[in-house]
Design a protein around this ligand. Sequence first.
Ligand SMILES: NC(=O)C1=CN([C@@H]2O[C@H](COP(=O)(O)OP(=O)(O)OC[C@H]3O[C@@H](n4cnc5c(N)ncnc54)[C@H](O)[C@@H]3O)[C@@H](O)[C@H]2O)C=CC1
Ligand SMILES: O=C(O)CCC(=O)C(=O)O
Length: 525
Amino acid sequence: MPKVLISDKMDPKAAQIFRERGVEVDEITGKTPEELKAIIGQYDGLAIRSSTKATKEIIDAATNLKVIGRAGIGVDNVDIPYASSKGVVVMNTPFGNSITTAEHAIALMFALARQLPEANAQTQAGQWPKNGFMGVEVTGKTLGLIGAGNIGSIVADRALGLKMKVVAFDPFLSPERAVELGVEKVELDQLLARADFITLHTPLTDQTRNILSRENLLKTKKGVRIVNCARGGLIDEAALKELLDSGHVAGAALDVFVTEPAKEHALFGTPNFVATPHLGASTSEAQVNVAIQVAEQMADYLVNGGVTNALNVPSLTAEEAPRVKPYMALAEKLGSLVGQLTTGTIPRVSIHSEGAATEVNQKPIVSAVLSGFLRTQTDTVNMVNAPFLAKERGIEVREVKTEKEGDYHTLIRVSVKTDAGERSVAGTLFNNREPRLVELFGIKVEADLAGHMLYVVNEDAPGFIGRIGTALGDAGVNIGTFHLGRRDAGGEAVLLLSVDEAVTPELIAKVRALPGVKTAMALRF
Ligand SMILES: NC(=O)C1=CN([C@@H]2O[C@H](COP(=O)(O)OP(=O)(O)OC[C@H]3O[C@@H](n4cnc5c(N)ncnc54)[C@H](O)[C@@H]3O)[C@@H](O)[C@H]2O)C=CC1
Ligand SMILES: O=C(O)CCC(=O)C(=O)O
């Protein structure tokens, strides 16, 4: 039974779903990195929110880890490249908390517009500051949206409902989508010059880090109010403090900080500054959503190999999975076959899809070929880290597609560049689901690649089949299937036999000693 650790506070639904789906689960929250390192080795899955940092050190200590599930959106607390190199799938739940976070941004916008936190504090302190506060309406004001993805577009929708004008800066927002959202797509400088309120909804990347830098903050309209419910690091916090102090910025509300938890901060106590402790996703509705989603996704992966919302491996939708999975099985077998039959440095692997194979998602096919191929060199490869390992080993990966059918309705050919030239194997799907080898190094041969197999190259001559049958029979080895192919009559022939048990080195030696045998090898699928 796979075992998962929930290491951050999560709705109890997560544990319930893991158990219902046949996954053992422990909930141990609030551990230090050292404490986590001591226990993580026993788990196949790690379910987190934002407190746990899945660093290189934690991943190294997690010797059985297969999946990290983030109950939320941002995955900047996970070292994804390192997880990928270790074959660990990283998943998030991209929609479960978007409405909640958008609502938090709107709440903070109102908190700034009407100075609610300060008015509340003074009122409850017995000051009744009736004349101490003068707010602004949001109606008719311009909201500058930086990032118009899931959350940004919900914020835009709510702001339009509040009769605001919304201008959006997002390089990946298409003009059609902008029209659909009812926002005006603008450049950053235009947004800075026009917005009465600015709200940020981008991930933290090299492009977005410090997007509200000192220089950009100085380009804003005097009296601007700024909300950040996305990620710390998008705003220069020191410059923001200075501009709040000078009155250029009339208010700022941050839910997220460069360093979290932010127990002390230069901005704390600054007039017109509002802070919440990364509460954007903290509603009961969002937490139930993300808990259910993360547990379902992780259990599906650990129990059935299903991949949803993964950030480092191609996801397969429920609709495409039944079509792609047989191709992945075929691709992995072909990669494994060519890996077992070739030696030496392989500088290039080419994957050629032909006919119906071109109609399915190629990424999982490529990963499966590489995974099958590299498994003959290392045990630590899987679909996640195969492309990464191939790159690390300097293997060039080529993809070719020919939509037109050839001899087969659908075909995948895997070729590797060797010292002796290009060598290729090809396979098809019988009944659209049964992987079958149809060509081996230029020789037509039809075989099911499964279990223990014996591969023999021999001179095509009468009596050979009888001799090999006798050799196997004498060794007590039962033959399951027998597949023959030859280049031309009397020329080179290949024989692929499936046998009921592992082919021993002694048997290989016996077969190699038979007259006419050029090569004999044990294969395993
Ligand atoms: N405070 C909290 O508790 C929560 C924070 N978040 C954070 O909110 C942020 C947004 O989340 P989603 O809307 O779900 O993400 P998303 O991926 O749907 O949207 C992000 C948008 O940013 C845009 N973008 C990327 N680079 C940009 C750039 N250089 N300039 C302008 N726009 C750029 C993208 O095109 C995309 O439209 C994330 O950082 C996420 O981690 C999400 C949930 C809760
Ligand atoms: O889990 C949380 O409370 C944080 C949510 C968040 O920041 C995210 O989903 O990106």
